[in-house]
Write a protein that binds this ligand. Structure first.
Ligand code: GLU
Length: 456
């Protein structure tokens, strides 16, 4: 995919090879004592690019984690950050384990030990490499990592910036937990603002009433589907999870299905819709928008030709393989690519990291001043007009900017601006026929410029 985009650029010979290469990677192995004996763990960290520092990317805990996968996901982070103008390199960290096989205290011990390995080897710090939640990890693990870093590096005044996605009370930022899902919503909203683009997907109108199939009700999929259902009037007609799928033509309640899944550990027996164990086949059902928000490699050569959705929104990282992508494009499907659509997480991580190194929350200095200014403005308007504003309007205008509002505004702005940039490539360049090629071309242009200006 990167090569396809590079063909549309005029990069100096050899530069693409430098951009594509993984700059450094480690594999660590450590053992911990459990009641039944020692258990060995294997972890991986790849810094694909440190042309900008720190490098940034998620830390995943999953049984299938391996070296190549971590390197590939690290490279995706490089292109993602460059595309959305987050001035970071790209990285990924992974630990091979199934979190559900461990108790919370065991997971804490494992996480702390893995973090120590990474910190001591120079692969985790606020200035070098900053992980964030990914598959199998959450704010809880990030808090353990931040605390481990604080214990090992007490003199680092910026230590809290060694991970993002921390709990709000541990110097996290408002809106980070839902950021990736919200970003998916922002991307889809922006797409539907362009009637030509909507028509190219053989759709029309707005998001209102669009039939959505969601794969994965995790951190990303849940927030994306909840926002699209509650705020845009989308109808979530199917939800696919690891144990099967639920279907309802009249629309599923995302919150009700999520509550059921949290309580019962899966979708079997959920009364909200019709259950089938053949989850993967539901990807192929008729709908307007298909949102894969789970694992990579879900749409492959084996099922690509049977996908009916005209618009595919890649909320997961790498849900469509290269071969499948070719089939889907040839079939005229429109794909909102992962490096754009799921960038909301790293965009808000960037805001959290800035908050951590500047040691003050956004809006704190200006809020009262802004309120006083707005109050004076409203009073002037009222006295000039000789009438009072109604209290509801007054109250909605008065509050000064606060952190949640600023984060939301920064996320929405970045997602809309980036979409406009990539659609411009498609609109103006014959050799850039689709949004994924455009997104990679845009990212490659930014990265190559950085390399060329700083000198290799
Ligand atoms: N895991 C997320 C991703 O793949 C977030 C990365 C981050 O915030 O650093 O984009």
């Amino acid at each position: 995919m990167v090569d396809r985009a590079a063909a549309a650029l005029d990069l100096p010979p050899g530069l693409l090879e430098q951009i594509k290469a993984v700059n450094s990677a480690i594999e660590v192995s450590f053992s911990l004592r459990f009641p039944e004996g020692y258990r060995r763990f294997q972890g991986f960290c790849a810094i694909h690019s440190d042309h900008r520092l720190p490098s940034k990317g998620g830390m995943r805990f999953a049984p299938e984690v391996e070296h190549d996968e971590i390197q590939a996901l690290a490279s995706l982070m490089t292109y993602k950050c460059a595309l959305v103008n987050v001035p970071f390199g790209g990285s990924k960290t992974g630990l091979r384990l199934a979190p559900r096989d461990y108790t919370t205290p065991q997971l804490e011990e494992i996480t702390r030990r893995f973090s120590r390995e990474l910190i001591q080897k120079g692969f985790l710090s606020p200035s070098r490499n900053v992980p964030a939640p990914d598959m199998g990890t959450s704010a809880r693990e990030m808090a353990w990592i931040a605390d481990t870093y604080r214990v090992l590096r007490p003199d680092d005044i910026d230590g809290l910036g060694c991970v993002t996605g921390k709990p709000l009370s541990q110097s996290g930022i408002a809106g980070r937990a839902e950021a990736t899902g919200r970003g998916v919503q922002c991307g889809l909203r922006e797409f539907f603002l362009h009637p030509d683009d909507v028509a190219s997907a053989k759709l029309s109108g707005t998001l209102e009433g669009k039939r959505v199939i969601l794969q994965g009700l995790g951190k990303v999929g849940y927030h994306a589907a909840r926002c699209l259902e509650a705020e845009d009037g989308c109808r979530i007609v199917a939800i696919i999870e690891s144990d099967g799928a639920l279907y309802s033509e009249t629309g599923l309640s995302v919150d009700a299905v999520k509550c059921y899944k949290d309580e019962h550990g899966g979708l079997v027996g959920c009364p909200e819709g019709t259950f089938t164990q053949e989850g993967a086949s539901v990807l192929e059902r008729d709908c307007d928008i298909l949102i894969p928000a789970a694992l990579e490699g879900q749409i492959t050569l084996a099922n690509a030709s049977r996908i009916r959705a005209p618009l595919i929104a890649e909320a997961a990282n790498g849900p469509i393989t290269y071969g499948a992508d070719e089939i889907l494009r040839a079939a005229g499907k429109i794909i909102l690519p992962d490096l754009y659509l799921n960038a909301g997480g790293v965009i808000v991580s960037f805001f959290e990291w800035i908050k951590n190194i500047q040691h003050i929350s956004f809006g704190r200095l200006a809020r009262r001043l802004e309120e006083a200014h707005t109050r004076r403005l409203l009073e002037a308007i009222e006295s000039t007009a000789g009438t009072q504003l109604d209290p509801a309007t007054r109250d909605s205008l008065l509050p000064g900017v606060n952190e949640p509002a600023l984060v939301r505004s920064g996320l929405e702005d970045t997602m809309s601006y980036t979409y406009q940039e990539i659609r411009e490539w498609v609109r103006t360049r014959n050799d850039v026929p689709d949004l994924r090629t455009a997104a990679y071309a845009d990212a490659l242009q930014t990265i190559s410029q950085t390399y060329l200006e700083m000198g290799l």
